[in-house]
Design a protein around this ligand. Sequence first.
Ligand code: ADP
Ligand code: MG
Length: 495
Amino acid sequence: MLIRVLPEDVAAKIAAGEVVERPVSVVKELVENALDAGATEIIVETVEAGKRLIEVADNGCGISYEELPLAIARFATSKLRTADDLFNIRTLGFRGEALASIAAVSRLTLISCPPNAEHGGRIVVQGGKVETYEPAGVPLGTVVRVEDLFYNVPARLKFLKQDTTERNLVNALISRYAIAYPEVRFRLIHDGKVFLQTYGHGNRREILAAYYGVDIARQMLEVIFEESELSIQGFTSPIALTRSNRKDITFFVNGRWVQDTTLTSALLQAYHTMLMVGRYPIAMLLIWIEPEVVDVNVHPTKAEVRFRQPERVFSAVQRAVRRALLSQPTSIHIVPSAWSSGASHQSIDLAGQMATNHDETAPRDAQEIPRTPEDLASNSLSTRFQQTTLPGAHIPLLRLVGQVGATYLVAEGPDGLYLIDQHAAHERVLFERLMHERDRGLTIQPLLNPQPFRVPSVRLEEFYHYITLLQQWGFEIEPFGGDTFLIRAVPAVLR
Ligand code: ADP
Ligand code: MG
């Protein structure tokens, strides 16, 4: 085999492959460019999940007509001069290859006008070749249109997931940047519909609510930490609010979204012993540290970083999160009445316990779970769901000792000490009841007053995806305009 230098267009496609994996990678690069340009308003629009069109418009510093061809050239950047600058990066971009990479695998239009310029300009590149380059009277700021992404890389196109999945990735990205930059107004539009809108008021919790819903946003604990030149801000979930995966754990380092497993494990260690196996918190943490001690030039997507003193950062994350968790009013709160009253003479049947409890309300968060052993005892001892409800798991009769942190039941059984996660037990009981019901034929309970509820707009698509399934399980749900729905009936077992 002869060794030869690859033709320019092949090299460009290979390089592009590292930066542009899917629509969300394009959105990320363009949004980062807009932020680097000092924009206070960023509008992101996609058509067909970004496969047809991705457009990002900003009101930042713009690019002069003369510099447009440079902006789309490889290794052309205004953010770096010397190799030494690499260790003092204060911008999100610096590699000068994003626009070139995107232009190599799409049809890219760059329209821009800096303030004080006589006119702006427009340049169109297709598959890396300039097609149009002309002066234009355009508004201040920059618009980047990316059409027909991967039209010349069919293999990549085939690897893309369903539109819903690709759009959800964009939703997750924009909402995280919106939380990280609360003073910037973001608007996200899919196929002409606004999915997320923030107002630049600087209120992070408000933006959390737009993405996660008001309920979760309200529960999230604030993280504030400062030590020498390292500060951490953000939110982390209380121990009762968890997810089954790590997707809702987000770190920003100096304003950049990074994926770093070691930061994640520092976070998880802060929760050590407080979470069940397989459960993860929701967290959004923004770390600010001297740029000299972070190497951001690890990967073309800039999603990884290296710290000069990793232990310093991990320990700070751990302590910051611990502190937030401990400041939470209900954490590690022992109910003293457990030892004082007659409760200690009662026996409890765990499964029946939870089931009975559920007949009255539908407790979801710690506040509504019975708080004292007396509460528990008073409506306990239902035998309906004894052993049979937990196939394979033979739970003996337990003597209730107390309750910790409104989260764990402490009990004594033949083998010794039992710690029972109330939420998990409760969920399991509901699950068993539902499965049992299904086998016998679901009973549906119509509601006297239909209950309205709202779905955060970025979650609407996901919700529509599951609505049929919910209907099969006995929920009658109908749209009530916009992001509001009415529940008309529920499975009787969950009434
Ligand atoms: P990098 O961001 O690493 O410098 P890019 O390829 O993303 O590389 O962008 C190249 C250059 O184009 C940037 O350095 C910047 O000068 C200019 N540029 C790109 N997008 C914008 C924008 N939205 N507003 C102003 N200038 C931009
Ligand atoms: Mg860039």
